[in-house]
Design a protein around this ligand. Structure first.
Ligand SMILES: [Zn+2]
Length: 471
């Protein structure tokens, strides 16, 4: 167990393991081993763009997430869980490969092309399938489309944009998986239901938005379509054109609408979990709930998610363990710094499966058992904007084209005061450490074979337009 996690000492071994994996045919289908009834099922739910501080269980003062709160009461809530990128494909790929963005190599959309995950890199689904799991995923498509490699290791992979429909289809699929086989399942459900533009329907809008709001934001989806036409990119542009960034009433209204979308999503998840419970599918099932990154409301001068500040990297992470461990860890709140790359090894560990050596994350079970120190190192980046950050304990360095910023998160959790001018030695030291870690990850990717550029199909491009990234 390497307490440095994303440290520089791993890649040589990682390269060997990745290469061996390919030689051994690690990514191909092979007959499932005899049934392993003691292995838990795994249900992983990702609500895209959900910042931790808008979840009630994380201290939000509004009832946005009763279902997630209830899940947290049955499991472990990680108070300080962080993402490796403020953007969807990159962050989720780190989650599903336990590799830093520089090591898995899946970059964010550049309007026409990006890269697919190298087939030589095993995903969580690949590994679980090798150990006899039935694997299936349903994402909302777009940046979570199979063509980026998100389908790697899943025997069934579907893209469903609307959450209600995704829940219905997932329920049906899970019931048929459980009925057809004694083998455990790994099911991954992803949704963009809280993503901008925020146009939650009633009754949710009325539950959170001020009826006296008199600004010009158009939060009714149908009205927006009437104004801007059915094309998503146009609708998104029209939405943001009406927002006055300097008007506190508009900022509050955006937050209200965001909250309304979260509550609507939570209600769907409540229905999903309730139906699964009723079908007996949550028995001996490990549930992971998380998000890939947050959203910003001008805390650092911008909207959406394009930077590396805390509001974008701090994500909810709840793990409800199965069996005895589930009972022992029930209702626990863990405040150590943990990362999305730690989920993959934690899940394998909890299933009693070996953890591949090349993973950059660490199992969180020793931390929960009081046998190991937390990782305490976090690296995040977004290559499109040439942004990188390194967190060592409470110190956080952000490096970009305009220079470096340094924050002491213990004293300044909202990153208001840049200390880089006052602490040049610390900045230099952290910059060197960051560069070394990034290099190590890139060397890993060099060996794993860089993914090939892919062209999106028309349906994928259309979904990307829905999210406002592509015209
Ligand atoms: Zn996302």
């Amino acid at each position: 167990m390497n307490s440095q996690g994303a440290g520089a000492a791993r890649p040589a071994l990682g390269v060997v393991v990745a290469a061996l994996w390919v030689l051994a045919g690690g990514c191909s289908e092979e007959p499932a081993p005899p049934g392993s009834p003691l292995r838990p099922n795994l249900l992983m739910i990702s609500v895209d763009t959900l910042r931790a501080d808008h979840v009630s269980a994380y201290g939000h003062d509004r009832p946005t997430t009763p279902a997630i709160d209830a899940l947290a009461e049955e499991g472990v809530l990680f108070e300080n869980a962080y993402s490796h990128a403020p953007v969807t494909s990159v962050s989720h790929m780190s989650l599903l490969t336990s590799l830093q963005p520089e090591a898995h190599g899946v970059s964010m959309w550049t309007d026409v092309a990006t890269s697919r995950l190298s087939e030589s890199i095993p995903t969580l689904a690949t590994v679980l399938r090798e150990h006899g799991y039935q694997t299936a995923a349903r994402t909302a498509g777009g940046y979570m489309a199979g063509l980026f490699g998100f389908d790697q290791g899943f025997s069934a992979f579907h893209e469903t944009y609307e959450l209600e429909q995704a829940v219905d289809e997932s329920l049906e699929e899970l019931r048929s998986l459980a009925k057809g086989s004694e083998r455990p399942f790994f099911y991954f459900l992803h949704t963009f239901a809280v993503h901008a533009p925020y146009t939650p329907e009633e009754p949710y809008r009325g539950m959170f938005a001020d009826p006296a709001y008199s600004g010009s934001i158009l939060s009714d989806r149908d009205a927006l379509v009437r104004e801007a036409g059915p094309k998503w990119a146009a609708r998104n542009r029209a939405y943001w054109k009406r927002v006055e960034p300097d008007d506190p009433a508009d900022l509050q209204h955006l937050r209200d609408l965001y909250d309304a979308g979260i509550r609507r999503t939570d209600d769907q998840l409540a229905r999903f979990l309730r139906e699964l419970e009723r079908s007996g599918l949550l028995k001996h099932t490990l549930i992971v709930f998380l998000s890939d990154h947050g959203d910003e409301f001008m805390e650092h001068g911008q909207f959406l998610h394009k930077q590396l500040y805390q509001e974008l990297l701090h994500v909810p992470l709840v793990i409800r363990f199965a069996g005895d461990r589930g009972e022992r860890f029930r209702g626990r709140r863990e405040d150590a710094l943990v990362r999305l790359i730690d989920v993959f090894p934690t899940v394998l560990d909890a299933a009693g499966l070996p953890i591949p050596d090349h993973l950059q994350g660490v199992s969180l079970l020793p931390l929960l058992e009081g046998e190991a120190a937390p990782p305490e190192v976090l690296m995040s980046s977004w290559s499109k904007r040439e942004l990188e950050s390194l967190r060592l304990g409470d110190w956080k360095l952000v490096v970009g084209p305009e220079g470096a910023e340094l924050y002491d998160l213990a004293r300044d959790p909202l990153e208001r005061t840049d200390l880089s001018g006052r602490e040049p030695a610390r900045v230099a030291e952290m910059k060197a450490s960051l560069a070394e870690r990034v290099d190590a990850s890139r060397r890993f990717l060099g060996h794993a074979r860089r993914g090939v550029p892919v062209e999106p199909d028309p349906a994928t491009r259309q979904r990307l337009r829905a999210l406002g990234y592509v015209d």
